[in-house]
Design a protein. Structure first.
Length: 157
């Protein structure tokens, strides 16, 4: 029996019964407060990432806020939103390998406080190169990389 490897693009389009809006449990409320949390569909995260034009940036927190607003929830799930951004990045790279040019500009999506995402294709070095080629200045902060004055380039979703 052969098991066919699931592609990143297939993962991106797998909705897994999502989106779901759930009540924030007692255990989660210590960290996230009270209210509701939306677990988005992977493609929703990709669609928001696609909206970021050259020269502009977004952090995962802006994406989470846009998802929460869209689904009338208190917050967007930090864990799944981050995972789905990672899937979107790898799906974009997969499409690029096939010669497609209209791919999600995942490198413009930063972690909180402007940090680069080491889990994106090629790691922080590849993201740093792509951001610098668009005019951003990337600096080292401790052991991590961040975009200098990233706030000035943030876009509202």
């Amino acid at each position: 029996m052969s098991t066919k490897k699931v592609t990143w693009c297939q993962k991106l389009h797998n909705s897994r019964g999502l989106p779901k809006v759930e009540k924030i449990t007692d255990k989660m409320s210590k960290r996230w407060g009270t209210g509701t949390l939306v677990i988005p569909v992977p493609i929703e995260v990709d669609e928001l990432m696609r909206k970021i034009p050259m020269g502009k940036l977004v952090t995962i927190n802006e994406i989470r806020a846009a998802l929460a607003k869209k689904h009338d929830a208190t917050i967007g799930c930090p864990l799944t939103t981050g995972i789905f951004a990672w899937i979107a990045a790898h799906a974009a790279e997969e499409r690029k390998q096939k010669g497609e040019t209209d791919i999600t500009p995942y490198w413009r999506t930063l972690k909180t406080v402007g940090f680069l995402n080491e889990k994106y294709p090629g790691g922080t070095n590849a993201q740093k190169f792509l951001l610098e080629s668009e005019g951003h200045i990337v600096i080292k902060k401790g052991k991590k990389y961040a975009v200098l004055n990233y706030e000035k380039s943030l876009i509202q979703l």
